[in-house]
Design a protein around this ligand. Structure first.
Ligand code: ARG
Ligand code: ZN
Length: 469
């Protein structure tokens, strides 16, 4: 310690104190460090996601007590700065944040609505990797999820269900909550012994202590945050192996082995294999599905490697393999290849619906061509498939007209080129993202012909398009 070195820390304290007084941190003073953007700028989900960094990995440890509906969470978020950062946001809805650290140093934080604002002690250089540790607690909330209804963190009779589209994750962990920023996950969930705690990916070691059990899950393929799920409660969990990978299915204990839910989910592996014949290799290192009975889940969702199925699909009392086909098709279209912006959601739903058509034909029902003709006859062409608007994200123009577009492509380029296009898309964009323009460009390259007129008419035209050839 020289005399001059002793002066410097003193000076730093004075500068920091002055910065606090005028309401900004020392890192705002010098260099070109600047705050990350408050959202990613997707007009379908204002406020969702953040700018200035790209998350690589989430390590989550949550402890949930269904009796009190209290969650205790620890998140370690590893990210790379994509600009010089003075501060940045994470999305976190409600919950009380008790401590935030960046690379082991305490960071200042402010929780403003659904935004957690983190100011690290020092600016973060562009390109640098950093880890944000967040400790938080509270009663997680639901998220409205627009037209989809019930989502976020749903406290159920015996536990909880976290899921939702276009977002849900911010209800239970701090996150860059937009599909344009995919990341890998390690998730560990502690619940009262006797309850199951299901999530995405490969099951890890389970351990129990003091009347509580910790379940561990690893998702090694990058995952969009809305594809995370947590299902806690009294479930019959079956862990097996399919095609050399773990397969985890779960149905509520109150449902029997012969319930339509159990019978439908039991064909998960077989249906994934059927789809792989058309779409290319199954993209993840585990399989599965979870059926839930909470009526607020009025939908099924393609949560990565382990879709969640709401009760509505099984109300007839008969198995529903179509919905399993649909959600498993999303593992290729939507999950492995995710949207970059929600305006392109037909890239998910059009293909998942088309997969249902392939299955119906395979089961000896109507041919794909016949389904196409039936659907073509009843379609309202005034509603666009591409960029349908946030209220119509889950509308028939996205699902049915989207599937019509897929079949119009097939009729234009022929079967061989069509399936080559699908397989090139899932292979080239695996673990990534894509836009409609990316898809058209790939289809033209692999199909060997110009297709902008075709896609323009089928995706965006407002009059009935002519059926190709
Ligand atoms: N991505 C989900 C699926 O299609 C969304 C479900 C939307 N359902 C609805 N009724 N709007 O599998
Ligand atoms: Zn779907």
């Amino acid at each position: 310690w020289s005399t001059s070195a002793r002066v410097r820390p003193g000076l730093a304290v004075v500068i920091a104190a002055a910065a606090l007084l005028i309401g900004c941190s020392a890192t705002d003073q010098g260099g070109d460090f600047r705050p990350g953007a408050l959202d990613v700028g997707d007009p379908y989900v204002p406020g969702a996601g953040n700018g200035g960094y790209d998350v690589e990995h989430y390590r989550l440890a949550v402890d949930y007590d269904p009796a009190s509906d209290r969650l205790l969470g620890q998140a370690a978020v590893t990210a790379v700065a994509t600009q010089p950062l003075s501060r940045f946001n994470l999305d976190l809805q409600g919950l009380e944040v008790t401590a935030v650290g960046v690379d082991g140093d305490r960071a200042r934080h402010r929780h403003d609505g659904d935004e957690l604002v983190v100011t690290p002690a020092r600016g973060l250089a562009e390109g640098s990797r950093f880890t944000v540790a967040v400790e938080y607690a509270g009663r997680p909330g639901t998220r409205p999820n627009g037209p989809l209804g019930g989502g976020g963190f749903l406290h159920t009779e015996d536990g909880a269900i976290a899921l939702g589209q276009p977002y849900s994750a911010a209800a239970w962990f701090p996150v860059n909550d937009h599909p344009s920023d995919k990341a890998t996950y390690d998730i560990e969930v502690t619940v009262p012994a006797g309850l199951a705690a299901l999530s995405n990916g490969v099951p890890g070691e389970r351990s129990s202590a003091g009347g509580r059990t910790t379940w561990r899950w690893a998702q090694r393929a990058p995952m969009a945050s809305y594809l995370t799920t947590l299902v806690i409660g009294a479930y019959r969990v079956e862990i097996g192996t399919h095609a050399g990978k773990p397969i985890v299915t779960a149905v509520p204990e109150q449902l029997s082995e012969s319930s339509p839910e159990a019978v439908s989910l039991a064909r998960t592996g077989e249906i994934a294999d059927f789809l792989a014949e058309h779409f290319g290799p199954y993209p993840f290192d585990s399989y599965g599905g979870v059926a839930v009975v909470d009526p607020r889940v009025g939908y099924a969702l393609e949560t990565q490697s382990r879709p969640v199925y709401g009760p509505g699909f099984f109300r007839s009392g008969r198995p529903n393999f179509g919905v399993v086909v649909h959600e498993l098709a999303h593992q290729w279209f939507g999950d492995s290849v995710a949207v970059t912006r929600w305006r392109d959601i037909w890239l998910n739903e059009g293909f998942a619906t088309y997969a249902e058509w392939l299955w119906e034909e395979h089961q000896g029902g109507r041919s794909v061509q016949r389904i196409f003709e039936d659907q073509y006859a009843v379609t309202d062409w005034s509603l666009p498939t591409l960029d349908p608007g946030p209220d119509q994200m889950f509308g028939t123009a996205v699902y049915q007209r989207g599937a019509l577009t897929v079949h119009a492509l097939r009729r234009t380029v022929g079967d061989d080129a069509f399936f080559a296009i699908l397989r090139a898309w899932t292979a080239e964009r695996r673990d990534g993202n894509g836009t409609t323009d990316d898809f058209i460009e790939l289809a033209e390259r692999v199909g060997g012909e110009q297709l902008d007129g075709l896609f323009g008419a089928w995706l965006s035209g407002t009059t009935r398009p002519v059926i190709p050839e």
